[in-house]
Design a protein around this ligand. Structure first.
Ligand SMILES: [Zn+2]
Length: 364
């Protein structure tokens, strides 16, 4: 399991899949599902689902395929390119980054987000973050004509140059660990669910547009009408000097369960998990001797915020893996957390029997 999780994570991290442009990632995941003889289908937005029949309350277990990045906003006469941000891109981590502009498969073009020559940088400028509106990309071409001839148009998707490596023994570093690591966990879940002999009906879903508008999974939740929704994404690791005081989430310390998430930046949304789901995963973790970490964060939001509101309401919980340096081009997670998360999810699903109660009064 560990080697497969590593390989799937690294392979998926190497594919560009900006929000609204997840197609290459979706096709690769679909191929991997088909390799293990799991049928899948794509909806109009690009969400990919696979169904595993069973008895009892139905479960939607999902992770997003898309990643944040940019869109080509303007091509200057001299061939320089201006970008519009898409998603929560950290502006102070952009200068001197390598990016890839996606043109139809196989013809992607590498560029660099420039950093003004240091020799010409004034004292004040040295400590300023250049806003993304003022940044530009150099693709090594001298005119807008050359840029257009290469296939770059306004609206083209742009991502951090894909990068995926192992750091130390078991740590994975690179682009879009958020949320390809969870997509790899879902692929492993597909292998496990295919071989199981009982359990609840499960819809595995690889979703779109999370980093853009958080609502790509919404039509899926409306269509599938699950009783339970489990979302997989990063949990903010707080074991670095800059995160001291933010929580108790250790990288390599086991999977995480979110007890509270709230955006707090104008979006009145977040998730307070259903008590049945909290006790389910606590019990599963204890029975399997898996350390389960708890997260409560403001500033974090996932598409579960919208999924939980579908139909009559969905018993929901955010589960995930600790991650450092979120949304930068070098995110970091620990492979052992992905293994433990997979084991915990499988054990948790196994405890959802046909009479599993979603009545809050049975759990509070
Ligand atoms: Zn994410």
């Amino acid at each position: 399991m560990k080697n497969r999780l590593l390989q799937d994570t690294l392979d998926l991290m190497r594919l560009p899949g900006l929000s609204g442009h997840e197609d290459r990632v979706r096709r690769e995941i679909r191929k991997r599902l088909s390799d293990i003889e799991v049928e899948s289908k794509t909806d109009r937005l690009g969400n990919l689902t696979a169904y595993f029949p069973g008895d009892g309350p139905s479960v939607m277990l999902f992770a997003h395929m898309d990643q944040l990045g940019f869109i080509v906003r303007k091509i200057e006469d001299n061939g320089m390119i201006r970008l519009a941000r898409l998603g929560g891109v950290p502006e102070r981590a952009l200068a001197a980054q390598e990016i890839v502009i996606c043109v139809p498969t196989g013809r992607d073009i590498t560029g660099i987000i420039v950093n003004k020559s240091h020799h010409a940088t004034s004292g004040d400028e040295k400590y300023q973050v250049v806003l993304s509106d003022d940044l530009y990309v150099d693709v090594g071409m001298a005119s807008s004509m050359a840029v257009r001839a290469a296939g770059i148009r306004i609206g083209a998707p742009v991502v951090y140059a894909p990068y995926a490596h192992v750091l130390g023994e078991d740590r994975i570093v690179g682009t879009s660990v958020d949320d390809r690591a969870a997509c790899a966990v879902l692929l492993e879940m597909a292998r496990l669910l295919k071989a199981r002999t009982g359990g609840p009906p499960v819809h595995l879903a690889f979703t779109v547009l999370e980093e853009f508008n958080l609502r790509g999974a919404q039509p899926l939740a409306q269509r599938l009408a699950p009783d339970i929704a489990i979302q997989l994404d990063l949990m903010l690791a707080t074991d670095t000097p800059d995160m001291a005081g933010k929580g108790d989430m250790l990288l390599g310390g086991g999977p995480g369960m979110s007890l509270y998430s709230f955006h707090g930046r104008g979006t009145l949304n977040g998730v307070i998990p259903h008590p049945a789901m909290v006790s389910l995963f606590e019990a599963a973790a204890e029975a399997e001797a898996i350390p389960l970490q708890r997260s409560a964060q403001v500033g974090v939001l996932t598409d579960l915020s919208y999924v939980q509101l579908a139909g009559e309401g969905v018993a929901s919980i955010d589960m995930g893996f600790p991650l450092r340096y979120s949304h930068s081009a070098r995110e970091l997670c620990d492979l052992n957390d992905l293994v433990a998360l997979t084991r915990l999810l499988y054990a948790g699903l196994g405890r959802i029997c046909p009479n599993f109660s979603l009545d809050r009064d049975d759990h509070t």
